[in-house]
Design a protein around this ligand. Sequence first.
Ligand SMILES: [Ca+2]
Length: 155
Amino acid sequence: RQYHLVEERMTWTEAQSYCRQHYTDLATVTSEEDVVKLNDALGSYRSEVVWIGLYDGINNWKWSLQNKNYYGEGEAEFRMWGGGQPNNGYLDEYCVAMNREGQWLDYRCSDRFPFICYNGLCNSEILSIQYLQKTISHWPYYFAAWRMKSLFLLI
Ligand SMILES: [Ca+2]
C-alpha cells in the first residue's frame, strides 16, 4: 500500500475524483501500520490537515474505497479520532481529515485541504498474483511429471 501526498487544496469530492483518476482512491487507513506509512508519505510537509478517504454521517462513516476484498478482519472499522471528534461542529461535517499528529477530525466537505491518495492492489489481487507465481514456479515439476508419465506410456 502506497500513499501519495497531493499538495493542491481541493474539496473532499474534488480530491476523491483526482485520486480515482491518477491513483486508486483517496487514502484508506486500516491500521497503526498504515498511520506510520501515512506519516512517511507526508515527510516534512506540514499543513494544518489533509483529507483522507473517510466520509458520511456521524454514526455511519465509510471509506471512499469500497472494495470489500481490500479490508482484512476489522480493518474497515479502524479509527483514529482526535479528542472530542467527530463533533459535527458546523452541523454538516461529513468528511474526514488527518492532522499532523495523525488524528482524525470531521470537517465540511466543501473545505479545501491538501490530500493523500492511495495507490495499489487490494488483498485479493495480491493473493491471485501470489497464486500465479506459485503455479509458475511449480511448472518444471508438473512438466517433469508429465514427461515421466509420457515415457511410461511409450514403454
Ligand atoms: Ca469536527
